[in-house]
Design a protein around this ligand. Structure first.
Ligand code: GLV
Ligand code: MN
Ligand code: MN
Length: 412
């Protein structure tokens, strides 16, 4: 039975971790940034050195393939992949694992003579973490990118997607050309760290993902009035930050009490203007994110939070704007892919458990165009989106072998 080389996989994961490495561990490698573009060039070299055909599409997605020189050229492709961009101060496995393990699987298949009926390919999807747009590359590939939205897409700090892609040598307006022809992907399976505590706590080595949550993000902007922080009587102040703080606490309560059992919410970006200790905040902006596996619940929560923002602002005599930023669709995984992963686990003597993904993934876009599924491995302490994110190396090896045999079965 073929198996992956953990030594080679470990070496490549460590090499990738050097792009954007932080002095205290972890990485900052945001899409289109210089470390990301250096990592992209390195990845293309590794894919070629493994004997794969490579190409980069207009959305910046990187591909390596066996038996195909692009998607849609010949027979439908069995696809795996993930992303090499990271969150700021992120870990070395989120995304990187799926790309490096996919490359390792294709390397093993090629060394074994490349005898698969269907072509097999690995993708590194652009901007999965959504610095400029959630799941950007897979969205473009799956024909879900609205060309009219591209000029307005921007990072939290205002950097526009068109400029970021331009600096990296891409034309953002051409990204929708990455859309794959209908029927060109036979199946998609992605290996990822769980990023939560469930598998580790249950001592289960492999998670089989049943469904992936939808994520909604909106920028909530409170407009108050800047004033002298010493001389303005307290009762006359129209403090935008206090409205934002009030909203933060009450929106959390709303989502927890009115969402489904799996609903979660976070405010991870707050900006206070003009940002001086001796000025009453005239404007406060926050990015409010919420997640639920049920699209209808998510939509209702978004409407209720909009109403809450207006209520909170009115109570303080100020105004508010809610600007939707992104909304990804929750996606069920394909029964055939889940069953294939489970059959592979059984053949390798590994226990598995079905679970839903509370993190967003490119697989949720792929689920709209093909049969898609995901394999999870335990995360140490459930930690992710932080510099000490890690999984045990034997867990990584097990996950990569489950990916290898799942790809082999899907491509047989
Ligand atoms: C992706 O990492 C997410 O934010 O769920
Ligand atoms: Mn992530
Ligand atoms: Mn990820």
């Amino acid at each position: 039975m073929p198996s992956v080389s953990l030594a080679r996989l470990r070496e490549r994961l460590s090499a990738l971790a050097r792009f954007g490495a932080l002095p205290g561990g972890g990485v900052t490698r945001m899409c289109w940034s210089p470390p990301h573009e250096e990592a992209r060039a390195w990845l293309l070299g590794e894919l070629k050195a493994a004997g794969l055909t490579t190409w980069v599409d207009p959305a910046g997605n990187v591909f390596g393939a066996l038996g195909a020189d692009r998607i849609g050229a010949a027979a439908p492709v069995v696809l795996t992949g993930s992303h090499i961009d990271t969150v700021p101060e992120g870990g070395i496995l989120d995304g990187a694992l799926g790309v490096m393990a996919g490359l390792e699987c294709l390397h093993v298949i090629r060394e074994a003579g490349g005898r698969v009926v269907r072509p097999v390919a690995v993708a590194a999807w652009s901007d999965e973490e959504g610095r400029y747009g959630s799941l950007f590359g897979s969205r473009a590939f799956c024909g879900r990118l609205d060309p009219a939205a591209i000029p307005t897409m921007a990072a939290v700090d205002g950097d526009r997607l068109v400029d970021a892609m331009g600096r990296a040598g891409f034309d953002a307006q051409r990204a929708p050309e990455a859309a794959a022809p209908r029927g060109s992907v036979a199946a998609y399976v992605e290996l990822h760290i769980e990023q939560g505590p469930r598998l580790e706590e249950a001592s289960i080595p492999i998670g089989v993902v049943e469904a992936i949550v939808g994520v909604r993000r909106a920028r909530v902007v409170f407009h108050g009035q800047a004033d002298h922080a010493g001389t303005t009587p307290m009762e006359r102040r129209r403090d935008a930050f206090l409205a934002a703080a009030d909203y933060a606490l009450r929106a959390r309560e709303l989502v927890v009490s009115r969402g489904g059992a799996r609903a979660v919410t976070n405010i991870g970006v707050v900006q206070v203007h003009p940002g001086a200790s001796n000025i009453v905040p005239g404007r406060a902006e926050l990015v409010h994110e919420m997640r639920d596996p049920d699209a209808a619940i998510l939509e209702r929560l978004a409407r209720e939070c909009d109403a809450l923002a207006r209520e909170v602002a009115a109570a303080r005599g100020i105004t508010v704007e809610v600007r939707p930023m992104s909304a990804t669709t929750p996606a069920p995984c394909a029964p055939r892919v889940q069953e294939t992963i489970e059959a592979v686990c059984a053949s390798l003597g590994l226990a598995s458990r079905r679970l839903y993904s509370a993190a967003g993934h490119d697989a949720q876009n792929l689920a709209g165009v093909t049969e898609a599924g995901m394999i999870f491995i335990p995360s140490r302490g459930g930690r992710s989106h932080r510099v000490d994110e890690m999984s045990d190396w034997d867990a990584i090896e097990r996950g990569a072998n489950v990916l290898l045999h799942t790809l082999l079965r899907l491509a047989a």
